[in-house]
Design a binder for this molecule. Sequence first.
Ligand code: GLA
Length: 399
Amino acid sequence: MLQKYYRTAIAVFFIVFILMGISKTYAQDSVKLALTPPMGWNSWNTFKCDINENLIKEVADAMVTSGMKDAGYQYVVIDDCWQVSRDSLGNIQADPKKFPSGIKALADYIHSKGLKFGIYSDAGLKTCQGRPGSRGYEFQDARQYAKWGVDYLKYDWCYHGMQNAQASYALMAMALRKTGRPIVFSICEWGTNKPWRWGAKVGGNLWRTTEDILNCWDCRTDWGGMGFVHILDAQDSLAKYAGPGHWNDPDMLEVGNSGLTVPESRAHFSLWCILAAPLMAGNDIRHMSEPIKNILTNKEVIAVDQDSLGKQGRKVKDLGDLEVWAKELKDGSRAVVLFNRSKQPAKISVNWQEIGLNKSATARVRDLWRKKELGQFKNGFAATVPSHDVVMIRVWPKK
Ligand code: GLA
C-alpha cells in the first residue's frame, strides 16, 4: 500500500517537473520576441469595428511613408471584428465583405512592406464585440494564425465565464509556441487577475494592467474605461514586474486623437516611454498633423522606451499636480519627465539624488523635445512646465 503511494507520488513529481520544464522553456523562448517593448499600430482606439482590408493596407503604407517604420514601429494589428463565424470544421472565418482577399493576403501585403502583422482573439466563448472567441479552439486557431503569417496575437478576456485566467492564457501561449512560428503574445485581461504576477511565467510578452484607455485626459466610465492620467496613476507600483521580454501594458496610445491637445499627447507619449510601455499607436496615421507625427516619431524619446536595460521608470516625486518621473538607462544616464497636471504653468525641480545620482554630481542635460543641449548642471535641474504638458530631459552624470 505504502509502496503504491510512493510510486504515485514519484510519478506526480516527475510529471510536474516535466511540465515546469516545458513551460520554462516556452517562457525563455518567448522572451526573445520582445526584448524591448513592442511598437506598432492597432485599429481599436480609432476605428472600433469599422475596419476592412483597404484601411489596414493604407495604414501599413502610412507606417512607411510617415517615417514611423523608420522610427521603430513594426506591428500592424487588427483588433476585434475581423472574424464572423467558424466553418463546419471549426476553422475561424474572416468577414468576407470586409476582408474579401482573406487574412493571408493582408498579412502578405504587410510583410511586403517590411512590417509585421498582428491579430486579435479572446480566451472566452466570444470576443468583446460578440464574435467567435478561441475557447476550445486554441490549437486550431493558433495553427491558422501561423499559416496566415501572424506575428502578434492580442488575446482578450470577454465571455470567460468561470475560466481560470492563468490557465486560459497559458493554454493559448502553449498553442502559439507549438506552431513553431514566433508570435508575440499580448495578454489583455485588464489587470483583473494581476497578470503581472504570472504573465511572463506562462509565456506572455505583455499584459494589460487596467481597463481600456479612453480618448481623454482624465474622464472615466462606469465600466472602468479611463483617461490616460488615471491609467498612469495605476502603473508605478508595477514597475518591478517589467523587463526584457515581458512588459506591463498600460494600453494603446491615444496620441493624436481628438480628446487630447497636442501638449497632452506629448505628455502621454513621454510618460509611456518612461514606463517602458508597448508603443501601439491608436490614431489614424494616414492623416496626422505635423506636430502629432513629430511626437510619434521622436527618436530620442523612443530610445528611452526602447532602452536595452529594460527598466520601467518610476515616479520619484509627487507634489499633487506636479510630478517627476525618471527611468534608468543602459549607459548610466537617466530620462526625466517633469509633468504638470495643473491648469497653470508651474516650475518643477528635480535634484540628482532623487533620480539615483550623486547629490553633488555635475551632469550634462539635453531637452528631448526641443532636441537641444541645455548645458552642465550641478545638483539638479528645474524648468517651467506649461499646463498639461511635460519637459523631458536626459541626464548624463559626469564620470
Ligand atoms: C476590450 C479590450 C480593448 C479592445 C476591445 C475590442 O475592451 O480591452 O482593447 O480590444 O475589447 O472589443
